[in-house]
Design a protein around this ligand. Sequence first.
Ligand code: ADP
Ligand code: ADP
Length: 230
Amino acid sequence: GVALDIKDFNLWYGETQALFDTTFPIQKGLVTALIGPSGCGKSTLLRSLNRMNDLVDGLRISGKIEVDGFDIYGKGVDVIALRKRMGMVFQKPNPFAMSIYDNVTYPLRVDGVTKKSILDDTVERCLRSAALWDEAKDRLHDSALGMSGGQQQRLCIARGIASDPEVLLMDEPCSALDPIATAKIENLISQLAGTYTIVIVTHSMTQAARVSHNTGFMYLGRLIEYGATE
Ligand code: ADP
Ligand code: ADP
């Protein structure tokens, strides 16, 4: 099935058009890579999928992005609910300056969950899903800022899945990491596929080949080719 259906999508930052006539489906449960040179619009497209771009002054769009037949740019859309369905992971790991435990439970606490048993279960489940439990279980109440970059990025993934999203959006999640940490994140992405629909921005063709089922090639704001990665 289709998780996100992008239809004739155009985007302008003020007078500058950054995306042109973008049309393609993002398939449920698969990993879709967006690849292309710097400045071609990959991040812009990724941030359009959960309306992170709303924060940018002078932003204008046309066209549609549909989730379950529902235009996310349509009238009366609950943007907060939409963002909860889409966990986001950034290039630079950005754990909050709080404990590992509090990082993972943050999305639940924002939602008003206070029950310790629920929070404890979530921490274990999400850290296991992010392949971080063994490394983190004895230091749950230590600051997340003491972890390595790769551990911090897996923690951000654990935090991203704590609110039970359907989609994970990843913007060059490995480009600040060393090769070993990168390989761990790539394996993790493959494990999370199926449970989640994953969209990953990368400038690495080899990374797209390793982790993705489908690839979109972008150039100067246009999706110039899209299909099975192989
Ligand atoms: P990529 O992720 O492929 O490097 P981006 O989506 O970051 O590309 O950028 C696409 C184009 O949009 C670039 O020309 C960039 O300068 C421009 N752009 C990105 N963000 C903004 C912004 N907040 N305001 C104005 N222009 C922007
Ligand atoms: P609720 O408070 O139960 O989330 P909503 O009216 O916000 O009630 O949402 C009803 C349904 O529509 C839910 O399944 C929700 O996940 C989905 N939904 C809400 N906002 C969006 C959106 N922007 N895009 C796609 N689906 C949405």
